[in-house]
Design a protein around this ligand. Sequence first.
Ligand SMILES: [Zn+2]
Length: 249
Amino acid sequence: MERQPSLLFLKQHLLDPLLSFVFPSLCVVCSTPLKNNDACLCKTCLNDLTLLDPGYVCAIKEEIKSPYFDKLYIIYEFDTVFQTLIHLLKYQHFTDISRLLAKALLTEITGKYDFTSAVPLNSVRLRERGYNQSALIAGYFAQERALPFSADLIERIKNTPSQTKLNREQRIENMKDAFICRQNLNGRNILLIDDVITTGSTLNACAQVLKAAGAKRVDIGALATPVGIFQKNMERAGIKNLEISNKSS
Ligand SMILES: [Zn+2]
């Protein structure tokens, strides 16, 4: 007897292509219809994301007087395209963007880890939003690398006020005793993921509790940082190449 094609087969091979032809997915930034393999962003907007000049990563590490983490990766400049993406991910529930951002980290970060985790959100914000965007990104990263992902490796035990108007010293004070890790991480290598770094005080406070719990290595993977903040420090440190990376790089 001849087998009938299943409903799933018909959906995948007939209905979905037909729907995407009639109602193509649009680029979340510029609303151009997306080609088949583009996830969320069209090629033009993807190319408009600016890769961060490595000099800024050095400047941030230098600013954090006693870093508890080992290697710091930051992929993009926090420019208007990135700002649009992260805003859509955080406030408009475009959660597919986390997969796109995880891909950028996967290209850059090649180390071997025992776990991935993410900087925990303030519990009030987590309730309002329903998800932690950094944990979504870390989850995709872990899935692609076949690594365990631990959402609650670090707990936030103090709901700290927003840091946007605080300077570096105030941020460090704000983050003091804000986190705890209740697990024994004896000798483990951990990749901790965050969306945006400003001064790095939150990440460093998280790395500190992971090291105190016995972690051997804590690397940080962040998606973006605003470039203006550290420019003066780079000049002071004698880092000459302040030109922002060419968009084609
Ligand atoms: Zn676009």
